[in-house]
Ligand binder design. Structure first.
Ligand code: IDC
Length: 480
């Protein structure tokens, strides 16, 4: 397993409850002082790079239960600013920042916590705020002074925001609520459609790549129909902070919705490959996201990225336990189920799609996942997809133009052969990845996400240029 280069991380913990004070560095939220009538503890963690940062904030209510809250803090440096935020309504006046709770996280019982965050900018320095208030009560505490990392390059100049008014109709406006009809994904008119878009990289590592400018570029410049939100469960993902990752996914669902794109919520299981290892987590996660997003038309649920080392029977059993949790809240949403052998329809395990055709998941409105990496998977996989597509609704929720490692050279011929096949069969797809990781599958050149430009020559890799060319052609969605 390769180690990822990580941005610098700092964690500060501030706690206060009627004089009680806990200050620690790199620690979890301290235990609550339950006797306090008002009080709060806040952790403020940043991942910084030159000119930008992501802040994740956990708010713990140490006082009586509240129904609706306002978090306040002041940036120490005049050059610090809040950009895109999530899980709260953010505003800034001068250096004073306010975050107001939103409908689903306003109720905070005594001892309960919630997570919010934002992508920010800084120029001279990026010190953490030293004082936080919750509903006007100071989360009293002091922080260890910290020195921000020196900028490695001059801060980029920020171009004016690129949020053109939606020109024409967006994919979600045209197609509305989707459903499976026969072996196809169909729109609100019952007509088969194909969605073409991009997958995030792991949101635990590449949060900085998903901001207003990058998502505007995906919707307007790439004309993508679909954003897949890859939420790893292991590898520092969901299991480390279920409420925080749930909030991040929900915020990205909203970002996609605002731009008229579909959002594919990917429960990115990979290692271990048995989805049953994460069954309880899956039930908790999907109960939360399906309740919160039930009224939206743009959400598709992908319940297990790549099962591996397990039988189809086990995957089917997992699906039949998770799908009812989703249906209880969001009865009409499409659910995509992973398949055996890293979602190869069993082919990478020496099997084939017959095990699914002969023993499908006992649920309606379900599709099956197929993944490929063009430099590793060629004719025999294409033949099986073509054969299976006549019998099963397929969704290519992830594929790469490179080798299965996610790295190496783009295989242009194989990638185009695959994309021609998917276009012909109207199979929807998301390409791995819309990120700037230094690996062949990433669409953005390394360093792109540290800046604010996501369009124009200069930002795309070879894979990114190929995928943008394929994705931005007209959709011609049927409307009757
Ligand atoms: C890879 C990423 C790589 C990261 C690794 C971590 O490209 O940067 O270090 O995950 O596990 C998949 C998986 C997907 C893989 C991708 C490439 O769904 O998580 O991403 N891949 O190896 N299946 C086949 C290939």
């Amino acid at each position: 397993m390769k180690l990822l280069p990580r941005p610098s991380r700092r964690t500060l913990v501030m706690a206060g409850a009627v004089g009680a004070l806990t200050v620690a560095a790199s620690a979890a939220v301290p235990a609550a002082d339950a006797q306090a009538a008002t009080g709060c503890a806040v952790t403020y963690t940043t991942s910084s790079w030159s000119g930008g940062f992501t802040a994740n904030i956990t708010i713990k209510n140490l006082g009586d239960a509240v129904d609706g809250w306002t978090l306040g803090f002041t940036f120490p440096d005049a050059g610090q600013g809040v950009g895109q935020g999530w899980s709260a309504t953010w505003s800034q006046t001068g250096t004073a920042v306010t975050a107001r709770s939103v409908s689903w996280n306003g109720a905070l019982a005594t001892g309960a916590s919630t997570s919010v965050g934002f992508n920010g900018t800084w120029s001279a320095a990026n010190p953490a705020p030293t004082t936080f208030t919750l509903n006007g009560t100071a989360c009293t505490g002091t922080t260890t002074p910290t020195t921000p990392p020196a900028p490695t390059t001059p801060p980029p100049t920020t171009p004016p925001p690129t949020t053109p008014p939606p020109g024409g109709q967006t994919p979600v406006a045209v197609n509305g609520q989707l459903r499976v009809c026969g072996v196809n994904l169909c729109n609100q008119y019952g007509r088969p459609i194909q969605l073409r878009g991009m997958s995030t990289h792991g949101i635990q590592w590449f949060a900085r790549c998903y901001n207003d400018a990058s998502l505007d570029a995906l919707a307007d410049d790439w004309r993508a129909d679909l954003l897949r939100i890859a939420m790893y469960v292991q590898e520092d993902g969901y299991e480390t902070d279920p409420p925080g990752f749930t909030n991040r996914v929900n915020a990205l669902v909203d970002e996609a919705e605002q731009r008229g794109m579909y959002a594919l919520i990917d429960f990115h299981t990979l290692t271990p490959g048995d989805p049953m290892h994460n069954l309880d987590r899956a039930k908790t996660f999907f109960a939360a996201v399906s309740a919160r997003n039930a009224a939206k038309k743009n959400v598709i649920y992908e319940i297990a990225n790549e099962p591996n080392g397990v039988s189809w029977a086990t995957i089917k059993s997992y699906a039949e336990q998770v799908i009812p949790v989703i249906r209880a809240n969001d009865p009409d949403a499409v659910v995509v189920v992973g398949t055996r052998g890293w979602s190869s329809l069993g082919v990478s395990d020496g099997a084939n799609a017959n095990e699914v055709i002969d023993n499908p998941v006992n649920a309606t409105n379900v599709m099956y996942t197929f993944h490929f990496y063009a430099a590793s998977h060629r004719d025999n996989y294409r033949a099986e997809v073509e054969r299976a597509a006549a019998r099963l609704p397929l969704f290519v929720t992830e594929f790469g133009t490179v080798a299965y490692t996610g790295d190496g050279a783009v295989d242009v011929a194989s990638s185009n052969a695959w994309l021609d096949l998917l276009d012909r069969l109207k199979i929807s797809y998301a390409n791995w990845t819309y990120s700037d990781k230094a690996e062949g599958s990433a669409a953005l050149r390394p360093g792109t996400c540290a800046g604010s430009m996501y369009t124009g020559p200069g930002v795309l890799t070879e894979s990114g240029a190929l995928m943008r060319d394929r994705i931005r052609t007209p959709d011609n969605f049927p409307t009757a």
